[in-house]
Design a protein around this ligand. Structure first.
Ligand code: NI
Length: 185
């Protein structure tokens, strides 16, 4: 188990589409070690999601752990630590809402991104079982953010209003006071 280095915006590998995971590798010690390292890295950096390309592993693999709880948008549903292998996302309802997103690969910044708020995800779990999940609200934004990494996209690509890309310190000082309890990715 080890904390891996997260590569940052500007590293060309963050901009490459990742390769599908071969399901036959899921029961190998190497894959188990990769997952352990992803957990350790996510927890060490204090994020709620991590995609394999962020540790410079070009695979369609992401982990998400969203504590959930109350917010100004209502109660946010918890996502227990979940491993998404080869996820395929479809939009159930295109009605969109925006949140201030951040990213471990874009440290120090936050940006306001609007995304569909009702999505369905099909994926394999870490054991290779087919699984699916329907997400609404903030959790829908979280999975779209993480799965964008698998296509070489960053949240900053989706910011419609460039004035809504700010430093974290300024976010805390000028934006957050108006957003009491708002969730951030
Ligand atoms: Ni990210």
């Amino acid at each position: 188990m080890a904390v891996r280095r997260i590569i940052r915006m500007g590293h060309p590998h963050l901009r490459q589409p990742a390769a599908a995971v071969d399901p036959t590798v899921l029961d190998t010690p190497e894959f188990a070690r990769l997952l352990d390292d992803m957990y350790d890295t996510l927890h060490d950096y204090g994020g709620i999601g991590l995609a394999a390309p962020q540790i410079d592993v070009s695979l369609r693999l992401a982990i998400i752990e969203l504590p959930g709880g109350p917010s100004r948008y209502g109660e946010i549903e918890r996502i227990p630590l979940t491993v998404f292998v080869n996820p395929v996302l479809s939009v159930v309802d295109p009605a969109a809402a925006g949140y201030w997103e951040g990213c471990l690969s874009v440290p120090g910044l936050r940006g306001f991104v609007t995304r569909p708020q009702h999505v369905h995800v099909r994926y394999l779990d870490e054991l290779g079982n087919e699984a699916e999940m329907t997400l609404q609200g903030f959790p829908a934004t979280v999975v779209q953010h993480e799965f964008d990494h698998l296509d070489g996209r960053l949240y900053i690509d989706r910011i419609d209003d460039p004035t809504k890309l700010v430093f974290e310190d300024e976010f805390d000082r000028y934006v957050l006071p108006a957003l009491q309890g708002s969730p951030t990715v």
